[in-house]
Design a protein around this ligand. Sequence first.
Ligand SMILES: Nc1nc2c(ncn2[C@@H]2O[C@H](COP(=O)(O)OP(=O)(O)OP(=O)(O)O)[C@@H](O)[C@H]2O)c(=O)[nH]1
Ligand SMILES: [Mg+2]
Length: 478
Amino acid sequence: MSAPVFVVVGHPNKGKSSIVATLAQDDSVEIAPDPGTTTHSRRFPMRVDGRVLYTLVDTPGFQRPRDVLRWLKQHETSVVEHPTIVQRFVEQHAGTSQYAAECGLLRPIIDGGGILYVVDGSVPFGSEYEPEMEILRWTGRSSMALINPIGQERYIEQWEAALGQYFKIVRVFNALTAEFEKRLELLRAFGQLREDWRQPMEVAINDLVNERTRQRRRAAEAIARMLIEMMTLTVGKTIPPQADAKAYYSTLEEEYKQKLRHIERTSRDTVQSVYQHYQVQREDADAAALVSSVVEGDLFATETWRLFGQTRWRLAMLGAASGATVGGIVDASVGGASVLLGTVIGATVGGAVGWHAAEWSSNFRLLTLPGIDALALGGKYLQCGPTTNRNLPYVALGRARWHHRLIALRTHAQRNVIRLDTVPQQAGGLLPLEESEERALERLFAEIRKAAGSERVWDMVEEVRAVVQRLLERDEQS
Ligand SMILES: Nc1nc2c(ncn2[C@@H]2O[C@H](COP(=O)(O)OP(=O)(O)OP(=O)(O)O)[C@@H](O)[C@H]2O)c(=O)[nH]1
Ligand SMILES: [Mg+2]
C-alpha cells in the first residue's frame, strides 16, 4: 500500500512550506519571509530507515483562484461531477504557464492526496479565501484546515467558524515551534481524514517515536566518543636535543586547543545530522560571541567554564568519592609505538582544576624517543596532553547537552542561526547533574584517564553513552 500523501495549499506566505519542513523533517524546504518563495509543487517524503511513512507536497498555493472557479462553474454539469470537472481543468491546462501553480497543486490532489489548507490566524478572515476553499471542496478530497498563528492568535475563533464550513477537521498548528508531541497529535488527526489512512498513520507515529529514541542514542554515542577523544588527545613535536622545551609550549598548546575545538565541532555536526538538521548555521566564535554564546562560543571561554564546569570543591569531593586522583600529575601512560615515556617536565600549568578558562591546563611532557628514532630524529619529543584537567569533560558535556537540546527540539522549519545569548542566564540551572550522575561520570572519567593511550579506552564508549543518553532524554523534557 502506498503511503498517504498530503498536499499543502493556501495563500502565499502563510507558512505552507514551514509545515512541510516540520512534518517531513526536512530542512532543505525553502522558507523565506517574502511571498512567492515556493514556485513549484514539490514532494517531500518522510522516511525512516529508507521507508516512506507519508509524503508532504509543498505548493506555491493558488495564484488565480477566481479564474479557476469561474472556469469550473462554466463547465459545471452536476455536483456529482465536480471532481471530474476539476480533473478536466487540470488536463486542459497542464503545461500552460497560465495555470501552472493551480495544475501543480491540483494534480497530486486528484491523484489521491489529502488537502492541508493553511491560513494565518493573525489576520482576519476575508472573502478572498472563499474561491480557493470552494475549489478544494470541488475536488471532493479529504481535507483539513490548519490555522498557523503567525505572530499572534487574534483571529483564530473567526477562522475556526469560517473554516468549519468547508473542512472536516480544523486545527491550530504552529509549524515553527511545534514540539514532537504536537506533531504526533497532528499526524494522528491526518489518520482520521480517511479510513484507509488510519493504520498507516498509526504505523508512522510508532516509527517516528522509535526513530527518536534511536536518534538520541546515536547522539549520545557521538558525545561519548567526543569526550573520550578530548580526554585522550595528545599532540607532539620533535625538538632539537639542546632546545628549551618551554619555547615550544605556546604553539603546541595552541595546536592542542585547535584539535579539541575540532573534535567538538565534528561531534556537533554528527549530532545535527542525526536529527537531519543539515543546514543549521552555528554562530562562529567571533570576538563578541566568545563571551555571549556558550555553545558556539569558544570552548575555552571563561563564561563556558563558569557555567558548565564543576567547582574546584565539587571536583575534590567527587574525586575523593570515586577514588580518582585529585590534583597533581595523573599517571601518564602515553603509549604509542615510537614514543616511550621519558622525563616529565613542567607537568601541569596551574595543575589544580578550576572553573575558569584562565585555569585551563594542558600538560606538557618531554619524552625521549627510543632507539632508532632517537638517533634519526634527535631524541626529544615534546608532548601536550592527555590533559589532567578534570573539568574538561564536564565543560564539554555541558556544552554538548545544551547544543543537543537545541537541535533535538528544533523544528525543520526554523532557519535562525543558533545563537545562545540567552544561555548564560539559564544554562547553569537548566541542565544540572544529579549527584548520582556526577558520581557515575566521575568514575567513568577517571577510568578514561587511566586508559588513555591504549585502545581499551574505546571499550568505555558504551557506558558513557548510556549515562549521556539518560541526560539527553531528561534535557529534552526540561
Ligand atoms: N512567527 C511565525 N512565523 C512563521 C510561522 N510560520 C511561518 N512563519 C514565517 O512566515 C514566513 C513564510 O513562511 P513560509 O513557510 O515560507 O510560507 P509559504 O506559505 O510557504 O510562503 P510562499 O512559498 O511564499 O507561498 C517565513 O519567514 C516563516 O519563517 C509561525 O508559525 N510563526
Ligand atoms: Mg512556500
